[in-house]
Design a protein around this ligand. Sequence first.
Ligand code: GTP
Length: 206
Amino acid sequence: MAQQQENLIKIIILGSSNVGKTCILHRYFENEYSENSLSTIGIDFKTKYFKFDDTKIKVNYTDTAGQEKFKAIALNYLKGTDGAVLVFDVSNKETFSVIDSWYDDIKQNNKMDIGKILVGNKADIEDREVTETEGEELAKKLECKYFETSAKTGQNVQAALDEIAKITYLKWKVTKDSRHSIRISSAESVGKMTISEKKACCSSSS
Ligand code: GTP
């Protein structure tokens, strides 16, 4: 029996080094946190299955390395991605300032309008350099939702990563449906041509 093709959605986690991308995924998938998280080298991904509209969807969450020397790998991976999580550290203004540049990278490396959310991580730290209002304002400018998370306490991690899967699925579905309807309408027009050709053939011969 032919195997059914899986519905796969790819989500990428982007942001400067040390903002907590790996810890966020670790909290989401293992419900654990480590103070001694190692810097990611290249990329790494984890998979979760969702059911949306009675459809089973496989979601790959890809962790990228924030270090500049690995940026080319992240950008290359962006090309085939369906959704993005833009992460900064609320206790480090510099990581917030470069979100615009990560956003430009998404636009330049992906032809589609992909699903995205903005995440301000390390919300457990009291000595902040970025306020919640600043985060909200940037999210408004980028036309996406804003979440304040803490991989350390677990605050909002599940809500944020579940939401990006849902947002991305909805965009993916529209694209998939429109591709499907283009295929159907072109098949119909081929069918019509055949019928009219047959009629022309029959009327000339009678
Ligand atoms: P790269 O792999 O270099 O891109 O870094 P990353 O963004 O994946 O950061 P990582 O998850 O490795 O975390 C970097 C450091 O921040 C680690 O020491 C973590 O323990 C710490 N950290 C991560 N999340 C939080 C958080 O929510 N709160 C606090 N206080 N520290 C955090």
